[in-house]
Design a protein around this ligand. Structure first.
Ligand code: HEM
Ligand code: HEM
Length: 146
């Protein structure tokens, strides 16, 4: 089950990325982005729930801090451990918070440029904290299970 949930987490990242990009394009070009933005919000929150599960019950989250002799101090010195124990979760939660605020603002009738700004920052955070296959030590497959 664990593997299946991780595969879902991997796959949902594409739904998040595509709907995030599409929302930004629609917001900038003056189209109605509400529906796309809602799909984005739901997929981002689902990715969050699956991520929290991985973090607390999988091998690449809290377990890294708990099982490392020296704890957090040593984890922070090891690039790969730091990425999984700290960087991925922090950046992604921040990005999802920005997506949530951006979506709610949009729903409440704020200017499109306000939401577009929130979404752009979220996009940069997500792109930077992604375990892209080409990233040394932390690379993961483009698609689940490849
Ligand atoms: C760790 C789990 C989750 C947390 C902490 C969380 C947090 C939040 C927060 C803070 C809001 C904003 C509420 C507001 O002020 O209106 C929200 C809204 C929402 N969330 Fe989540 N959420 C979680 C999981 C989910 C899941 C699993 C789904 C669906 C699959 C989901 C779908 C939504 C939707 C549809 C909204 C409505 C936003 C709107 O249009 O007003 N969330 N969530
Ligand atoms: C939009 C937000 C997110 C994206 C795009 C994303 C993306 C990814 C991707 C692509 C992987 C690799 C999956 C694989 O190996 O097939 C991954 C792994 C992981 N993610 Fe996320 N993630 C997000 C949010 C989160 C959050 C909020 C958390 C923690 C609360 C989290 C925790 C994890 C953990 C612990 C792993 C490694 C699991 C393992 O291999 O045991 N992710 N994430």
């Amino acid at each position: 089950m664990n593997t299946g949930l991780l595969h879902l987490h991997n796959l949902l990242r594409w739904v998040v990325l595509i709907t995030l990009l599409l929302s930004i394009v629609k917001l900038i070009s003056g189209q109605n982005a509400l529906k796309t933005s809602k799909i984005l919000l739901i997929s981002a929150h689902s990715t969050l729930v699956l991520g929290l599960y991985q973090y607390f019950f999988g091998a690449f989250g809290y377990a890294l801090i708990k099982n490392t002799v020296g704890g957090m101090k040593e984890v922070m010195k090891d690039g790969a451990a730091r990425f999984w124990a700290v960087e991925h979760i922090t950046s992604m939660i921040l990005a999802i918070v920005l997506i949530t605020i951006g979506h709610i603002r949009l729903k409440k009738g704020a200017k499109a440029s306000t939401t577009a700004t929130f979404y752009l920052i979220a996009l940069l955070l997500i792109l930077s904290a992604m375990p892209w296959p080409f990233r040394a030590g932390i690379g993961r497959p483009w698609l689940p299970g490849l």
